[in-house]
Ligand binder design. Structure first.
Ligand code: NAD
Ligand code: ZN
Length: 351
């Protein structure tokens, strides 16, 4: 088969590799119908994720059709159309038992990280992929839900919902600010309405992204390029600060923005992946009764989100900005890597 293989910082190729095979009885093999690229794949390609070594097939998102199941798999069968979750869940370790498969302790050399595909083992940017612990890691797709509506459920939709909206404890009537209107921030905006947010304020430096946010549930948009962003947001809350500030960028400056925007009793929900230490103004925050949350997505809400997609209550197909086929995956990387110029959000790459 062919796959997108990482060959060290800055090096990747769409090349012929051996077909994956069942290794453990709980594995299945999936023929990938649609996959996509995540910002994390760009970080890997820069060499920022050292556990990803030369020869690894990238990708942790996708929709596919099962071609083969291991002998311990009874709830899935060849021919099933499935969502491949970015988190692999054994279902029986202590973290899986407490609904935190982000820290699944099952093997594959991961030391407590449930994100294994395209990280510790070969991933989904390939014609076929081996999915371990398949019964806990795949979701059958109901007929009528398209690949484009479903693939955002692999990662971005549960991430924005679980780590942004749910960790942020959004309640009816809340004013929610989302810093960063990339796919993950937009996913938080799309799902904040589920808990009854009264206002959803999208904040980004990129005018195209803030404008796009209006189609994902944002009621107000703020460009944070100038000086006025803080006053603009505070004016929407009678000067008090927002109830929930969701950080969906992953930079020290944007985390600080979230702590500046949150009001007394509010929550800062950090979603961004940080590579540098961040200043925490605890001297200002303690007296405001502010809670700060962090997290790696567990994707335990995917079945619930899928029901909302099947009913047309959520429309994640809106994330698809560009379409490619597998043999043009390098063009897909180029387009996705220049998001500000190309206005890309999620690229759908199909067989
Ligand atoms: P992205 O790069 O597409 O989007 C980030 C957005 O932030 C861009 O629109 C950019 O213009 C904006 N931005 C940059 N600097 C800014 C600033 N100073 N002020 C306001 N906006 C600014 O990224 P994404 O794919 O949407 O992911 C967002 C973050 O979520 C990343 O850090 C990613 O690694 C992380 N993530 C976390 C998890 C998790 O489980 N916690 C899972 C997936 C992704
Ligand atoms: Zn587990």
């Amino acid at each position: 088969m062919k796959a997108l293989v990482y060959h060290g910082p800055g090096q990747k190729a769409w090349e012929v590799v051996p077909d994956p095979e069942i290794i453990y009885p709980t594995d299945v093999i999936v023929q990938v119908d649609t996959t996509t690229i995540c910002g994390t794949d760009l970080h890997i390609l820069k060499g920022d994720v050292p556990v990803v070594t030369d020869g690894r097939i990238l990708g942790h998102e996708g929709i596919g059709t099962i071609t083969e199941v291991g002998r311990a798999v009874s709830k899935l069968a060849a021919g099933d159309r499935v969502i491949i979750s970015c988190i692999t869940s054994c279902g029986s370790c202590s973290y899986c038992h407490r609904q935190l498969p982000a820290h699944c302790l099952a093997d594959e050399g991961t030391s407590g990280i449930g994100w294994v595909l395209g990280h510790f083992i070969n991933g989904t940017q390939a014609e076929y992929v081996r999915v371990p612990f398949a019964e806990g890691s795949l979701h059958k797709l109901p007929a009528g839900v398209s690949d484009e509506a479903a693939f955002p459920l692999s990662d971005i939709l549960p991430t924005g919902f679980e780590i942004g909206v749910r960790n942020g404890r959004v309640k009816p009537g809340d004013v929610v600010a989302v810093i960063g209107a990339g796919p993950v921030g937009l996913a938080a905006m799309m799902t904040a309405g589920l808990y009854g947010a009264s206002r959803i304020i999208a904040i980004d430096l990129d005018d195209n992204r803030v404008q796009q946010a209006k189609g994902f549930g944002a009621t107000d948009v703020v460009n944070s390029g100038g000086w006025g962003w803080k006053d603009e947001v505070l004016a929407m809350t009678d000067g008090l600060g927002v109830d929930v500030a969701i950080e969906a960028v992953g930079m020290p400056a944007t985390f600080e923005m979230a702590t500046e925007l949150v009001g007394p009793g509010g929550t800062v929900a950090n979603v961004g992946v940080h590579g540098k230490s961040v200043e925490l103004r605890l001297q200002d925050l303690w007296i405001k009764d502010v809670a700060i949350t962090t997290g790696l997505v567990s994707a335990t809400t995917t079945p619930m989100l899928l029901r909302l997609v099947a009913q047309g209550r959520l429309t994640p197909e809106k994330f698809v900005s560009h379409r490619f086929t597998f043999d043009s995956i390098l063009d897909a990387y180029d387009t996705f890597g220049r998001a500000a110029e190309t206005k890309s959000l999620k690229v759908a790459i199909t067989r």
